[in-house]
Design a binder for this molecule. Structure first.
Ligand code: AGP
Length: 616
């Protein structure tokens, strides 16, 4: 989603801004822009489309050592150059970039228009530029007049919503003002040069010494460092942290797309997630980041798992594992629904906020709701130091490594693996024997090599691609029961987002209560039925589909003769039924990838989507 990069110091700003914008591209965006100060004048460049198109428009030798830049993912107002950031105040001497949403936009816009302000865009963000200008250029004598930090603070006092902002003042070439409320910002400290970004990935080429802004803070950033204040004006003592897990630059390596690379990284990523966390000797698990003693584990009355999209599907798998293996009630819930239903938060429950990016606004909102109500919530997150990880304080890093393709693949697997490790830890405390704990570990540790074996020989995926991309196909139905129901949902989500093919996923038993009406001669149905206790029932549903003329592809355990019931058999390596989602999801990831390819889609950056969804 939207991204911010800014810099101030002794070096030319443009190369830093453009490099930063490129590093933010993976988040998803539809336009980009930047502003630099050149001899006391604000120079603005904005462009709809890719960062490289903006780059082509900016003079190579554009001077200026202070600047702000932005990638926009449209929320208020269409994808136009006028709506791209930065936005200027009426004098053209203040430029602002903004991530987030101004909720009281209508009232503020009407008020400013009433005062004679002429808006140049349809965005909520432009309001910030005008409000800051209004306080900065206030009559002499006003305490905000000519004072950038005070003007920003005053402007934010009348705004409701979420923001991460950077503001540039033509009268102050020595500084940038930043502010955060619900939209992440991190300040990078270099030698005679400082940086600001919405994502630490953009700072990596320059520095690892960083200061994370917290909600409600306003910062003054200059070449020598940063000063920060709370919204009430009290100064904050900034802790300087070191970025430890530094991600590469999204290099595709030998693969044509990041998505395919990340699919193939799963064996290695899974091993990384498990490594050092399962202890064969005692048949249990160690998750130091949770900081839970056996006594703490004994007190857990229930487990709640919250996430969105793919992370929610991983939560559904995790909830089933936890409940089945530990007998502790566990429930997965869509994070974007959670806080809006005024949930009851049991103080003895343990919640997990599951998120690859650690920045998903809905999941972060759920974390806050739990904390307000006195609940315990921990992160299951990929990005170290992300907002959710920091808000939770405790948790499990899933260690997928960088996932830059918008379609999540290896993060799903590692979320499931991390939750499987937690399941073992809780199960051992709840009575699982050391013998059974060891068997669980053995099966879990075998998964990465089985994933690798499948990816080496994925089976007849291309035939399935020809079914789902056929001009006669107007919908694909995915079915599974138990642990395979969330896998079906994940397969459908993946095919929709990468190939733009309408898909429906249903727990197989529910199919006859409605979706069966959609089936006609040749309708493609993908059934997930590994060898488990529910397989027979799922196969009955498969027959019901076939009886209505559907073409059925069956994802099943290798060596299981059930493949003969389907029109297309896709075997995956055997594993313990608990871990089957880590195998059965693989053909579905490849299907989405290859179908997207066949249809000429923008695989790594599908239309309308963003990698981290930082608005509600
Ligand atoms: C997955 O392919 C999607 N791009 C999306 O559903 C994603 O999983 C969701 O937005 C949650 O993101 P998070 O894991 O970063 O919180």
């Amino acid at each position: 989603m939207c991204g911010i990069i800014a810099t101030v110091g002794r070096n030319r700003a443009i190369p830093v801004l453009l490099e930063g914008l490129h590093r933010l591209e993976y988040r998803g965006y539809d336009s980009a822009g930047l502003a630099v100060l050149d001899g006391g004048r604000l120079v603005l460049h904005r462009k709809v489309g890719r960062v490289r198109e903006l780059e082509a428009q900016v003079p190579a030798e554009q001077p200026g050592t202070v600047g702000i830049a932005h990638t926009r993912w449209a929320t208020h107002g269409g994808v136009t150059e006028a709506n791209a950031h930065p936005h200027l105040d009426t004098t053209g001497r203040i430029a602002v970039v903004h991530n987030g949403i101004i909720e009281n936009m209508s009232a503020l816009r009407a008020r400013l228009e009433g005062e004679g302000v002429r808006f140049r865009s349809e965005t909520d963000s432009e309001i910030l530029a005008h409000l800051i200008g209004r306080y900065y250029f206030a009559e002499d004598g006003s305490e905000t007049a000519g004072r950038p930090v005070a003007a920003v603070r005053a402007a934010l006092r009348v705004v409701r919503g979420t923001w991460g902002i950077a503001a540039l003042f033509a009268d102050h070439p020595e500084l940038i003002v930043a502010a955060r409320n619900g939209s992440p910002l991190v300040i990078g400290l270099g030698e005679g040069q400082s940086y600001l970004a919405s994502d630490s990935h953009a700072l990596v080429p320059y520095t690892r010494r960083v200061v994370f802004l917290d909600d409600g803070e306003v910062a003054r950033i200059d070449a020598s460092g940063v000063q920060t204040w709370h919204s009430d004006g009290a100064q904050v003592d900034n802790a300087i942290e070191t970025l430890e897990e530094v991600w590469g630059d999204g290099d595709k390596g030998r693969y044509p797309h990041l998505m395919l690379k990340e699919i193939h990284e799963q064996p290695e990523a899974l091993s990384r997630c498990l490594s050092g966390r399962v202890v064969s000797e005692t048949g249990t698990a160690r998750l130091g980041g949770l900081d839970l003693s056996p006594r703490d584990l004994a007190r857990i009355s229930r487990v709640g798992l919250l996430g969105c999209g793919t992370a929610y599907h991983a939560c559904r798998v995790g909830a089933q594992l936890i409940e089945a293996a530990t007998r502790v009630p566990a429930k997965a819930e869509i994070a974007s629904e959670f806080r809006h239903r005024n949930p009851v938060v049991d103080p003895d429950a343990l919640f997990f906020a599951v998120s690859q990016s650690g920045e998903t606004a809905d999941t972060l909102g759920a974390v806050k709701e739990i904390q307000i109500k006195g609940g315990e919530v921990m992160g299951v997150v990929n990005v170290v130091g992300s907002s959710i990880a920091r808000a939770c304080g405790r948790g499990v890093y899933i260690h997928s490594g960088p996932e830059m393709s918008v379609a999540s693949t290896k993060a799903f697997s590692n979320m499931v693996a991390a939750l499987a490790v937690f399941t073992l830890m809780l199960a051992r405390q709840r009575g699982l024997s050391v013998h059974d704990g060891r068997a669980y570990i053995q099966q879990l540790l075998d998964v990465p090599s089985r994933v690798a074996a499948y990816l080496d020989e994925p089976g007849p995926i291309d035939e399935l691609v020809s079914w789902v991309t056929a001009p006669t196909t107007n919908m694909v139905l995915f079915l599974g029961r138990g642990l395979s129901a969330p896998v079906a949902a994940e397969g459908a989500l993946k095919l929709m987002e990468v190939a733009y093919i309408p898909c429906i996923a249903y727990p197989a038993g529910e199919m006859k209560h409605g979706p069966i009406a959609l089936l006609e001669e040749g309708s493609p149905v993908i059934v997930i039925a590994p060898r488990d206790a529910l397989q027979d029932k799922t196969l009955s549903n498969l027959q019901e589909c076939k009886a209505r003329g559907a073409r059925v592809a069956l994802i099943h355990t290798a060596g299981d003769p059930v493949g003969r019931y389907a029109d297309l058999s896709i075997p995956v390596p055997d594993t313990h039924p608990f871990f089957s989602p880590l195998l059965t999801v693989l053909p579905l990831q490849l299907l989405a990838y290859r179908a997207g390819l066949a249809l000429g889609r923008d695989i790594d950056r599908p239309r309308n989507l963003a990698k981290s969804v930082t608005v509600e």
